[in-house]
Ligand binder design. Structure first.
Ligand code: FES
Length: 571
């Protein structure tokens, strides 16, 4: 018989266990406290997180599964983050959501948890929390939305917003046409349908071993998602009985599998900071350079926007995640476990590709080398990343003069100035957008191109930023530059006109300025001004303690785990 954690609250005849039971009864029968597992359903559903608004329905199926398997389901609303709604950026609160969820899981009388997320930051935050509290935990990804269409063509959430708005600026689409597309963009419940961050992290949650096999990528309106949610509820009871915890599932091999899958899927660059942060909670030795070492030789097999043509609904129809993983099975760690207690690779045997346009075979990939490249040099001593698969090939080796913007406001005020001294060879540099500088490291690195160059037909330029890029964006963008400008990185020393050298093949990112001259420069005041602002509350805690992008941008005191024990009674 398993000794339940929840029994620390409910077992016994004293006053304290009386209080814990009595207030929880509210229709629960006495046998609810006879030693069966109490399973929380950590739910990020919110009307203000449109991508997760349907998770209440998913929670009911999870609840049914828990009850059917002999557990007690308990819904626990947790902090939710709507990527498109919160300002200045949802990333500012990923760590807060993770911290709050971790604390509530630890503080309550539960024996396991089912984690319901979808929109970009929600699954990473839930996994960070689960890793730190280390209770038996399993994820149900909320799933992507169905494909909307406009002018007879599919619409990719995010990606086509950027494309259409650039067309308006270039004068090839009217403002009225642009606005007409708005009501077609979001066709159904679910998260963005491109291979953006939500799709990437939902799929990687499964590759990490943290979901029921074959659930990730199931479209949100598909009835099979509810069936999987039901089975996940039952699995959570089994996991609580078996004491199957994240620390026993998530190994270095699990993370390397996720890096391999990230490349094959053409997933979001945001996965780098999220995977590093989750690994940091577990004490798994994972570095940013592992993304290059492990992912660079992996072929791109999935033809999804923003790197390709199709959308998540197509990926599911074409065979889904397992069909992709089967093609790269030899690159996966055969010992990496899943929530079932069995290795990931054991669950892949039935997977087939049903549409070779959407999922390519290993013999005919879209690209031979699809991983994220990690750059180093005197402009990024602690590294920067670029996604070559989303970049223009002719720009992967480039030397050009910097045009420097100190903030997103500076960019907006000057970018379209007809007198801006910029050519297609210029390198657009945007600083002050790192974790401390903005604060929150927003998705602004894919800065728009100057209107006068767009009008000349220019569609890509080298861009460099200490911020992040939307997973739905594309272009030759160097991002996550560390240390960021506000933390005194060399990015704060650049001046307009300095020559920048990017060479993705040799993994270099340099400023062609003599070291003595660079050392003699003072950081540009405007680049560090935001960091110096007085702050209170969460922003203050965040700015004072956030780490740099190359280690996952977690708060320094949240790295690691505290386990599930609480040492004292509540009264
Ligand atoms: Fe929620 Fe894109 S806005 S996933």
């Amino acid at each position: 018989m398993v000794t339940r954690r929840s029994a620390q609250w409910y077992a016994g005849t004293g006053r304290n266990s009386y209080i814990h039971r009595a207030w929880m009864r509210r229709g629960l029968p006495s046998h609810a406290f006879d030693g069966r597992p109490h399973i929380a359903i950590a739910n990020t559903a919110s009307d203000l997180t449109p991508c997760n608004a349907h998770l209440g329905e998913v929670a009911r199926s999870v609840s049914d599964g828990i009850y059917e398997a002999g557990g007690i389901p308990l819904e626990l609303p947790v902090v939710s983050l709507g990527e498109t709604q919160v300002r200045p950026t949802a990333m500012l609160w990923r760590n807060m959501a993770a911290m709050a969820t971790e604390e509530m899981l630890r503080a309550n009388p539960i024996d396991g948890v089912v984690l319901l997320g979808g929109c970009d930051k929600t699954i990473p935050a839930l996994l960070m929390a689960a890793a730190s509290v280390d209770l038996p935990a399993v994820v149900v990804p909320g799933g992507p939305m169905l494909t909307g269409t406009f002018r007879g063509a599919p619409l990719g959430c995010g990606t086509d917003v950027w494309k259409l708005s650039e067309e308006v600026r270039a004068g090839t689409t009217t403002q009225a046409e642009f606005l007409r597309s708005e009501s077609s963009m979001i066709r159904s419940k679910g998260h963005c349908n491109t291979m953006g961050t939500a799709s990437t992290m939902g799929l990687l949650a499964e590759v990490l071993g943290m979901t029921l096999p074959s659930v990730a990528g199931t479209p949100a309106p598909d009835s099979r998602l509810l069936e999987a949610a039901h089975r996940t509820g039952a699995l959570a009871v089994e996991m609580a009985d078996a004491q199957r915890r994240p620390s026993g599932i998530l190994s270095r091999g699990s993370f390397l599998n996720a890096i391999v899958a990230l490349a094959a899927l053409g997933g979001s660059t945001n996965a780098v900071v999220h995977l590093l942060a989750i690994a940091g909670r577990l004490g798994v030795d994972l570095t940013q350079d592992d993304f290059d070492r492990t992912g660079s030789g992996v072929p791109l097999l999935v033809d999804l926007l923003p790197a390709g043509r199709f959308l998540m609904d197509d990926l599911y129809r074409a065979g889904g995640l397992h069909a992709v993983l089967n093609e790269i099975r030899d690159l996966l760690d055969p010992d990496a476990l899943t929530v079932t207690g069995r290795p990931l690779v054991e669950h892949l045997s039935d997977a087939r590709i049903h549409d070779h346009d959407v999922i390519r075979s290993r013999a005919a990939p879209l690209r031979e080398n699809a991983g994220i490249a990690v750059l180093h040099g005197n402009l990024a001593p602690d590294g920067a990343i670029i996604k070559p698969a989303a970049a223009s090939r002719h720009l992967l080796r480039h030397r050009g003069p910097a045009v420097v913007f100190d903030s997103i406001e500076d960019l907006h005020s000057r970018l379209d100035d007809p007198d801006l001294d910029v050519t297609p060879d210029s390198v657009l540099v945007l600083r002050g957008c790192g974790p401390k500088g903005y604060p929150g490291m927003p998705e602004v690195a894919n800065l728009p191109l100057p209107a006068k160059l767009l009008a000349r037909g220019v569609r890509d330029m080298v861009r460099i930023c200490d911020g992040r890029m939307s997973g739905t964006a594309y272009g030759t963008v160097v991002l996550h530059v560390a240390p960021e400008a506000a933390a005194g990185g060399p990015l704060s020393l650049i001046r307009t006109g300095d020559m920048i050298i990017l060479d993705v093949e040799t993994r270099r990112l340099d400023i062609d300025v003599p070291a003595e001259e660079l050392a003699a420069r003072e950081p540009a005041p405007a680049a560090v001004r935001a960091y110096a602002c007085p702050r209170r509350g969460w922003e203050r805690l965040y700015v004072d303690t956030v780490r740099q992008a190359d280690t996952g941008a977690d708060l320094d005191f949240l790295v690691g785990s505290s386990g599930d024990q609480v040492s004292r009674e509540s009264h």
